[in-house]
Design a protein around this ligand. Structure first.
Ligand SMILES: NC(=O)c1ccc[n+]([C@@H]2O[C@H](COP(=O)([O-])OP(=O)(O)OC[C@H]3O[C@@H](n4cnc5c(N)ncnc54)[C@H](O)[C@@H]3O)[C@@H](O)[C@H]2O)c1
Length: 475
């Protein structure tokens, strides 16, 4: 049994207070609003959870010192805009050995701090765990099975919170990627607003699925830039919470978007929802982070335009659909996937997005010999990732008037077997080199010096062009 003070008596705070009490913990609830405490104590009902009876064993207090004293866990459950102030108030009474658990979802717009970071700044000396996932208070209040993530860099601390919050209707997973968990929690609300706007405009399931999927891609792009783990985005705090928030009737962010799509002004939509709409609060931070890190977040930008600049939802959809055509997963990323971890420690190259220097060379590589292998070894030494564009049989025959001993497939298999070579692509014509430089994000083009000067034109594509002398032993 743990002793817990729930700080904040809103919808989530009260649903969690009841759940924790029912699973055997001693629970006291504090709120910054004394009248709220009186009301809750008297009615044993939270206004947004009319079907939930607050058990008589849950205590209420207006005294923060009494709330914090002697507790194992201080559960911060106030909306993100109140987290810093509430932390300042509680800080005087926090005792060593306590664990702070935060459930607010947001990023502070001026400092760009996550909620845990704010709590760590305001309350020193105790660990702060982020608890986040697909968890509507309305359903937790009804004991419907729910999952959540307990995130702390020190897994053993995340596990302590996991143990306290686990019960037959709440399954808790741990994750050490705190930043990823918190970014997901904050920014999925913006995507949920977009999803609501789409429903309000009368669009269907296809549009909703597109917004969820591409919204997640935006969040992940930003998260990776900030050092978060990619799996967090496909986990409960990422995809899980995004699905629930973007599709559920319980979601205020979704509802707020729906009203905007129906023609309400953002201000009226927020008033109509009547509770905190964290997605609206999260927009400025998302905009700042996207700008600082040059991340394209078209759905977030569109929501910002509608909410903050008076943009029309119809125009936003038109603009989103009419953007430049692009690929879902760039080819080099697919092929790199298994190696990216190995290479990620590579130095930062000025134009290298992931710090990987990509080198390409072209050739037939028929009857692979020492000279070829040595050339490939030296090419690989110029970077981290070597792509070989191998002439196809058709290209050899039609353009080089050459018939190889080995077929393209045989030559490809052999070249692929060399440890210097990371990827083999077909060379089908002379002209493809220019486009290859961009398609495969090439930094350096390498070829034997018997071609000296012939490919200087590729420098205009922003790549370094190197003519390697033939292997001396071969002459
Ligand atoms: N509701 C959910 O289902 C749910 C689920 C997961 C996470 N969350 C997150 O939890 C946080 C709280 O959400 P909620 O649904 O409980 O919101 P809410 O709007 O119900 O919370 C309002 C509560 O905030 C507190 N409050 C009001 N003014 C305050 C002030 N000036 N200073 C300090 N506290 C004040 C009061 O206790 C009030 O009842 C949000 O960040 C939300 O994203 C909510």
């Amino acid at each position: 049994m743990s002793k817990i003070c729930v700080i904040g008596a809103g919808t989530w705070g009260m649903a969690l207070a009841r759940m924790l009490y029912k699973s055997g913990h001693k629970v006291v609830v504090w709120s910054a609003l004394p009248e709220e405490i009186d009301q809750l104590d008297k009615t044993r009902m939270q206004k947004n959870l009319p079907n939930m009876i607050i058990p008589s064993g849950i205590e209420f207090t207006k005294d923060i010192a009494q709330g914090c004293r002697g507790k194992d866990i201080l559960l911060f459950a106030v909306p993100s805009v109140y987290v810093r102030n509430t932390a300042k108030i509680a800080a005087h009474f926090v005792e060593s050995g306590q664990i702070i658990v935060n459930v607010a979802k947001g990023i502070e717009p001026d400092t760009l701090c996550t909620m845990s970071e704010i709590l760590e700044q305001e309350i020193e000396g105790v660990p702060v765990v982020a608890l986040s996932g697909p968890t509507h208070a309305e359903e937790v209040a009804m004991d419907l099975p729910t999952t959540i993530v307990s995130a702390h860099e020190d897994e053993s601390i995340a596990q302590k919170v996991q143990e306290v919050f686990t019960n037959p209707v709440m399954r808790v997973y741990t994750n050490t990627d705190v930043k990823g968990v918190e970014l997901c929690g904050a920014f999925k609300n913006i995507i949920a607003i977009a999803s609501g706007i789409s429903a309000g405009l009368g669009y269907g399931d296809n549009t909703e699925a597109a917004l969820i999927t591409r919204g997640l891609a935006e969040m992940e792009r930003l998260g990776l830039k900030l050092g978060c783990h990619p799996n967090t985005f496909s986990g409960l705090a990422g995809m899980g919470d995004l699905i629930v928030t973007a599709t559920s009737r319980h979601s205020r962010n979704n509802r707020c978007g729906y009203l905007i799509g129906q023609g309400y002004s953002p201000e009226d939509a927020i008033k109509q929802v009547g509770m905190v709409v964290e997605g609206i609060n999260a927009i400025p931070a998302a905009m700042k982070l996207a700008q600082m890190h040059s991340i394209n977040m078209p759905i977030v930008f569109a929501v910002n335009d509608i909410v903050n600049n008076g943009g029309s939802p119809e125009d936003a959809v038109h603009d989103l659909m009419g953007r430049e055509m692009t690929t879902e997963i760039p080819k080099p990323i697919i092929d790199l996937d298994h190696e990216s971890v190995l290479i990620s420690s590579a130095k930062d190259y000025p134009n290298g997005e992931e710090g990987i220097k990509r080198v390409i060379t072209y050739g037939t590589f028929d009857r692979l010999h020492y000279g070829h292998i040595n050339q490939l070894r030296r090419a690989k030494a110029l970077g981290d990732y070597l792509i070989v564009a191998l002439s196809t049989d058709e290209f050899n025959w039609a353009e080089k008037h050459k018939k190889c001993y080995f077929t393209y497939e045989q030559r490809k298999a052999l070249v692929e077997s060399l440890r210097y070579v990371d990827l083999v692509i077909p060379e089908e014509n002379w002209e493809q080199k220019k486009t290859d430089m961009h398609k495969y994000c090439i930094d350096t083009f390498v070829i034997g010096d018997d071609w000296k000067g012939k490919f200087d034109y590729l420098k205009d594509e922003g790549v370094e062009v190197i003519y390697l002398p033939k292997t001396p032993e071969i002459g």
